[in-house]
Design a protein. Structure first.
Length: 441
């Protein structure tokens, strides 16, 4: 047993220790030239204790174990009463090998990798000066409790965002695409050619007509659905009766073309995991099956309020942050939207007039709990199956449950997305909505 847990157990009724160790590297190229290389090594801990049913917490360096215990127990004297106990002895399904921190490419290798991407872009399109942001991270997470949980998972991923300003625009507006993988990232010629083709779509601005228009969402734009669902499926909102999905298990809430699973242990996820941030084993299960609601997302606290078992969805993060100080709460750990039969380019080609949305700005200010949204859309105006210009001064708005209740099609492609500000982890296709309210001006 960890010395901190052992000490905490001697002065508190129960204790939980969450530790995270990570090594990360960030590389940036601006206008085709190297502009940043940074490294960050971090080890941090969060200790929670229960004393006479009251919760206390402390955060810091695990080397300062005695201080963590003292601060957490002191905080419990003023803490809130909670309806749960910390995770007990657990068994976790093997992922094939015991978790190990994978090899990380050196900064020199990563700079050369990014420089090579720039060279490949210029070989195809000599006037394209790309902005690249590359991130590499490895580490491990451990949860230990006085009740017997002792679990460790490793993580490793690399991510790349490439933006190429539109030709002759003189701004930072451009075609952008991203890749992410839990191994060494590979950039194919097809991926680069698609990005450069997207650049040609933005040769001029184009404003669609105000009104309801067919809308194709890229995987990252599809966060609109997943983030709104995360708010509505949150066990705390369900227990408090604040969610419109409370009491809706077994009822249709979305299009029958939508099946959404929670499967955090799936190998294709960016960061496959076996347990949540409270040490509870994750579950592979349907959340929405052919439009019908099947399950909620709960942690220890909300499941205690609901007098049920935790679904293993506790996460230390918010919409914008992922820090050791974030209070564990219910969230997606690995959403999977089941694909459809048609490729996204075929879906695009079938649009007479509509919009292709690649990104949304202002999603955080929407009333996501009730499914309502009003955001600025970044992307392209589509006419006769082809993008004819980048969107200018275009807002889209509506209600998630209404708009995704009238879903037209789901693409056959699935792309991994990662936990980032206003983004949840998962495997997501392109989604074609029959119509969304667009306002231009």
């Amino acid at each position: 047993m960890n010395a901190i847990i052992q000490h905490a157990g001697s002065v508190a009724d129960q204790a939980e220790l969450y530790t995270r160790t990570s090594r990360s590297t960030q590389i940036q190229f601006t206008n085709g030239s190297l502009s940043l290389v940074s490294h960050n090594d971090r080890t941090e801990a969060a200790l929670r204790v229960l004393v006479k049913g009251k919760l206390g917490a402390a955060f810091g360096d695990p080397v300062r174990g005695e201080t963590l215990v003292h601060d957490a127990v002191s905080a419990a004297a003023y803490g809130q009463d909670v309806p749960f106990a910390f995770s007990g002895a657990q068994s976790f399904e093997s992922q094939g090998e015991e978790p190990q921190i994978q090899r990380k490419r050196s900064a020199q290798e990563l700079v050369a990798f990014c420089a090579g991407i720039n060279q490949r872009i210029r070989s195809i399109c000599p006037d394209a000066d790309a902005n690249l942001s590359f991130g590499s991270a490895i580490g491990s997470k451990t949860v230990q409790t006085t009740a017997g949980t002792d679990a460790t998972d490793a993580f490793s991923h690399e991510s790349l965002i490439v933006e190429i300003p539109f030709q002759d625009r003189g701004t930072d507006i451009g075609a952008a695409a991203r890749l992410i993988d839990h191994g060494d990232l590979a950039v194919s010629d097809v991926w680069l050619e698609d990005l450069l083709e997207m650049r040609t779509w933005g040769s001029k601005p184009s404003a669609p007509s105000t009104g309801r228009l067919p809308t194709l969402l890229t995987p990252y734009a599809s966060n609109l659905l997943l983030i709104a669902l995360a708010a509505g499926l949150n066990g705390l909102a369900i227990a408090q009766g604040a969610s419109p999905l409370a009491g809706k298990i077994g009822e249709s809430i979305l299009s029958p073309k939508l099946t959404i699973r929670e499967d955090p242990g799936l190998g294709q996820q960016v960061s496959p995991r076996r347990f949540d941030d409270e040490g509870v084993p994750v579950q592979a299960r349907d959340i929405v099956s052919n439009g019908v609601l099947r399950s909620y997302l709960t942690d220890l606290g909300s499941s205690g309020m609901l007098e049920a078992s935790s679904t293993g969805n506790a996460v230390r993060r918010t919409l914008f942050t992922e820090t050791i100080q974030d209070v564990p709460g219910p969230a997606w750990l690995g959403a999977v939207i089941e694909p459809g039969p048609t490729g996204w380019k075929e879906l695009l080609a079938g649009m007479e007039e509509g919009i292709l949305v690649t990104r949304m700005l202002g999603l955080h200010s929407s009333n996501l709990l009730q499914g309502q949204y009003a955001v600025q859309a970044t992307g392209f105006h589509v006419r006769n199956g082809k993008p004819i210009g980048y969107l200018e001064r275009t807002m889209i708005s509506g209600n998630v449950f209404e708009d995704f209740g009238a879903l037209q099609a789901v693409s056959s492609e699935l792309e991994p997305i990662a936990q980032e500000p206003l983004s949840v982890p998962g495997l997501v296709p392109y989604l074609l909505l029959e119509s969304v309210q667009a306002t231009v001006g």
